[in-house]
Design a protein around this ligand. Structure first.
Ligand SMILES: Nc1ncnc2c1ncn2[C@@H]1O[C@H](COP(=O)(O)OP(=O)(O)O)[C@@H](O)[C@H]1O
Ligand SMILES: [Mg+2]
Length: 401
């Protein structure tokens, strides 16, 4: 009798289980796989106070990597007195937005006491008159807006704030600046960069991790000799995760939740998703939700159709914003062409002159559709590649999707 009860409890437990796959938010712990070398590299940089710059297309795992590396580091009982400060520049559209987010995050991360926040603003940001609004829970809600005593703002005060606080609290501070590519929108971006770099390069107790997508823009910021952030830190180009780790991750996650997937099916799924971490997790999630106990080929095919349906609205938005020659270029890419500037390809796909190709490529890179990888031009995301392939195979059928 007891035995049967156990079985029933086990079955209930399994049926109530949530999907072990997670996407669209930063992942750590059991949702995180591989990146051992990168974690080690970050750890060394934390220890040595070295700055790091991480670049990859979006959804490859930058935010997750930094978050998890920091968590693991903080778990280490021998660590120095270190404090991470996570700053998301997603909403920063100009320098003023940046200053607000930067100051608020740093003040909050170095102390949890309201009176200390106020004191720190007063002693280290003398030229700013912050308007502090407190929310219903003043200990956690706190927003700053600035009025300037003089119309001139003292930029150094803001950029040097982390170092001042690190000294005051005898801390090593690590400032993590996510979505840094948004500097692209700042009106006087170059001037802003010069000021930031001039201040940050003198910091001894503070180090910086700067990360962002838009490869062309981030590459330009950190690799061009003429740019202020040239050689700012250890450059890490984050790649997709190797197939083997993703395969193991998927098989284990199914197993842990009482379901089975063969290594063959896992491999074909991970291949189809081109080992892209976000899309492997999304596709695996759909597959997991459709599976009672065992995955088979039919379920994989069904899951792929659902996957494409979910990605289709996003794809339609992309297609609407493409010019005819950009579409033709994509058609040539899908058809396996390599020499886009050859007379034959230009003629076959009506691509105009070879000078046109450069413009088309730049536009498609800017739109996050293609990216230049060591193996050549590739689609930034597998969903987009599959949907384009179908589109060019049969545009009419495609509309029914
Ligand atoms: N190391 C990893 N292991 C497993 N999945 C990952 C890993 N890194 C990223 N992912 C998947 O990719 C998604 C996007 O990751 P994220 O860190 O937000 O990327 P980015 O910051 O580069 O845009 C996550 O929600 C998760 O599904
Ligand atoms: Mg991110």
């Amino acid at each position: 009798m007891l035995y049967i009860t156990y079985i029933i409890l086990y079955l209930i437990k399994i049926t109530e289980m949530n999907s072990p796959f997670l996407y669209g938010t930063a992942v750590t712990g059991e949702h995180f796989t591989n990146r051992t070398e990168e974690i080690l590299r970050l750890r060394n940089n934390f220890l040595n106070g070295r700055n790091t710059v991480i670049i990859s297309p979006r959804r490859i795992g930058k935010t997750s990597l930094v978050k998890y590396a920091a968590e693991l580091y903080m778990d280490n009982p021998d660590r120095d007195k270190i404090q991470f400060c996570f700053i998301d520049l997603y909403k920063a559209r100009d320098a003023e937005d940046f200053y607000k987010i930067f100051v608020t995050s740093i003040i909050k991360s170095t102390s949890s006491k309201l009176d200390e926040w106020l004191q720190n603003v007063r002693s280290f940001l003398g030229k700013l008159v912050p308007k502090i609004s407190l929310g219903s829970d003043p200990q956690s809600e706190f927003s700053l807006s600035f009025d300037y005593i003089n119309s001139e703002m003292d930029f150094d005060e803001v950029f040097d704030l982390p170092e001042k606080l690190a000294e005051k609290y005898s801390l090593k501070l690590i400032i993590c600046l996510d979505e840094f590519q948004n500097l692209e929108y700042f009106k006087e971006s170059l001037l802003f960069q010069k000021r930031a770099r001039a201040a940050w390069q003198h910091h001894k107790k503070t180090s910086y991790i700067i990360y962002g997508s838009k490869m062309h823009m981030m590459g330009n910021l950190f690799q061009e000799q003429s740019m202020p952030f040239y050689r700012f830190g250890d450059m890490l180009f984050l790649e997709r995760i190797e197939n083997k780790s993703l395969n193991n991750y998927v098989v284990n996650a199914f197993y842990r939740t009482g379901k089975n997937i063969s290594s063959e099916i896992t491999e074909s799924m991970v291949n189809l998703m081109e080992a892209h971490p976000y899309y492997v997790q999304q596709m695996a999630d759909i597959l997991w939700n459709r599976t009672k106990t065992n995955v088979n080929e039919d379920l994989l095919n069904e899951a792929l159709e659902i996957f494409l349906k979910q990605n289709n609205p996003f794809f339609q938005g992309i297609i609407e914003n493409l010019t005819n020659s950009q579409l033709s270029f994509i058609n040539a890419l899908i058809s396996g062409e390599k020499h886009f500037t050859s007379a034959e390809v230009l003629h076959k796909y009506k691509l105009g002159s070879s000078a046109n190709i450069k413009r088309i490529k730049e536009a498609l890179i800017k739109k996050n559709i293609i990216t230049i990888a060591p193996r050549g031009i590739v689609f930034e995301e597998p969903a987009i590649r599959i949907l384009f392939t179908r589109y060019f195979d049969n545009a009419d059928l495609f509309k029914q999707l």
